[in-house]
Design a protein around this ligand. Structure first.
Ligand code: C2O
Ligand code: CU
Length: 467
């Protein structure tokens, strides 16, 4: 089943009646306008029809989970039904969301127990490409398939549905038997190094799918990196694509990248504009191995000639940070393999010897592994925050702020990102210091964590509060 506007309440139609309603509606009071989304185990082949069956955990039995599509300014009303054997939640990644709906167990809600449900009800303020995923035992639940696209359409249609393609990319780790490798989930080797990397790169769970596009027409490709830890390297200029948006946020006038490759870290998104030429078949290639690997193929049909595209996406309205009056919070990342770990405190206690293996905690922010009891910082709503992240580890990381989009304002040893776009996740190299700035305009308790899911589980996660 695809979830479309039909089963989602429109903002304006009956939305007003809900404005005063409490945010966690009890099931018994839930309106029939909630669509349900069921997390459950299922056996499926990842190796094409007839292949060995993997033990997956999916939303509505599909990988990726059903595409949720609404228009900007409408509400998402989703009832999560948990048919897993573990507690779970849904996080709506990149949405500047009501805090109570952010889906973080232990911080914004209780995890949803097996057999229970939770009603998510929130306004989608910004158009763009987002996704949703489990936020409990994320390193395991997302690796088993609990994610799906969340598309917030612009108020006025810019690309119709035939010219708007979602490509959600994942790298699965497949064992010798052709099934999803479950035995290696939680491997300390992955947790202390670069995270869990897979060996099967899929688009919408398909191995090297093909798409047919018409020559001379404008298309929007929404690329979403749903991998646990892999950074994808792609070169949009190889097929004459322009950037429309990063992490859901339009950049205004579409631009060609002046460099290559584009790094798409875990949880990052990029929207591309392409107007294929007649006969101009092309592939999306992943370049990180040094050898181009074509993971999706595009066949161009028809003869229409290309006219310069006038398409662009409207900007969402996000408050500009007030850098002069900002509060600055430094955060030092430490730990991991190939470094002296230094002092790491976990649950108030200094880790030593076997503690690292026993707790699985090997990374820290400002010397603390995992969620501290007290927030990393507290600010008043409306204040500008600068987080200065100092990567004192041997690895690259993908840092994500919940509930806000930010701009990178400084990146040591390199230019700031071209066009200085809004983002919700940024990459930070080993030994690099990156400053991001945003207006903390969204009240509540928000995570700041590495989106390499093994790193988050092994300590790289903290939170801040906007009051
Ligand atoms: Cu997409 Cu806290 O994550
Ligand atoms: Cu990391």
């Amino acid at each position: 089943m695809s979830i479309n506007r039909r089963n989602i309440l429109k903002y304006g139609a009956a939305g007003a009646a809900f404005l005063a309603a409490p945010f966690s509606l009890k099931v018994s009071q839930a309106s029939p306008d909630f669509f349900s989304i069921t997390a459950a185990p299922i056996k499926k082949s990842l190796m094409g029809a007839g292949g060995p069956l993997s033990d997956l955990w999916l939303y509505d039995g599909q990988t990726p989970g059903p595409e949720i599509r609404i228009k900007q300014g409408e509400y998402v009303m989703a009832r999560l039904v948990n048919e897993l054997e573990e507690p779970t939640t849904i996080h709506w990644h990149g949405i500047r969301i009501d805090n109570a709906m952010d889906g973080v167990p232990g911080l914004t809600q209780q995890a949803v127990m097996p057999g229970e449900t939770f009603d998510y009800y929130f306004l989608a303020p910004d158009a763009g490409t987002y996704y949703y995923h489990s936020h409990n035992k994320t390193w395991s639940q997302v690796a088993r398939g609990l994610y799906g696209p969340l598309i917030i359409e612009e108020k006025d249609e810019i690309f119709d549905k035939d010219h708007d393609l979602t490509l959600i990319i994942d790298d699965w780790r497949i064992g010798q038997d052709g099934k999803l490798d479950l035995a290696s989930l939680g491997s300390m080797m992955d947790w202390s190094h670069g995270g869990r990397l897979g060996n099967l790169l899929t688009v919408n769970s398909q191995n090297q799918p093909s798409f047919k596009l018409n020559a001379g027409e404008d298309y929007r490709l929404r690329l979403i990196n749903a991998a646990n830890s892999r950074i994808l390297e792609i070169d949009p200029s190889r097929f004459d694509a322009k950037i429309l948006a990063y992490d859901g946020q339009s950049i205004g006038e579409p631009k060609k990248l002046s460099y290559s490759p584009l790094l798409l870290g875990p949880a990052q998104r990029v929207d591309l504009l392409i107007t294929p030429k007649a006969g101009g078949d092309f592939s999306l290639e992943e370049l990180s191995s040094g050898q181009a690997y074509a993971f999706a193929n595009f066949e161009i049909v028809g003869e229409k000639s290309v006219t310069p595209s006038l398409k662009q996406l409207p900007l969402n309205s996000i408050p500009e940070p007030d850098i002069k009056n900002a509060k600055i919070f430094p955060l030092k990342m430490s730990g991991g393999a190939m470094r002296r770990v230094g002092d790491i405190y976990y649950q108030g206690k200094k880790l030593q010897g076997d503690d690292f293996r026993n707790t699985g905690q090997v990374w820290a922010f400002n010397g603390v592994a995992n969620l501290p009891e007290k927030p990393f910082f507290t600010v008043k709503q409306g204040e500008t925050v600068i987080i200065e992240t100092i990567n004192d580890t041997n690895f690259i990381h993908a840092m994500h702020v919940h509930g806000h989009h930010f701009r990178v304002i400084d990146r040591s040893g390199s230019d700031i990102d071209e066009g200085n776009p809004w983002r919700d996740t940024f990459l930070i190299g080993s030994e690099q210091t990156v400053k991001i700035a945003f207006v903390a305009d969204n009240k509540g308790k928000w995570l700041y964590h590495c989106h390499m899911l093994e790193h988050a589980a092994a300590g790289m996660i903290t939170w801040f509060e906007v009051v």
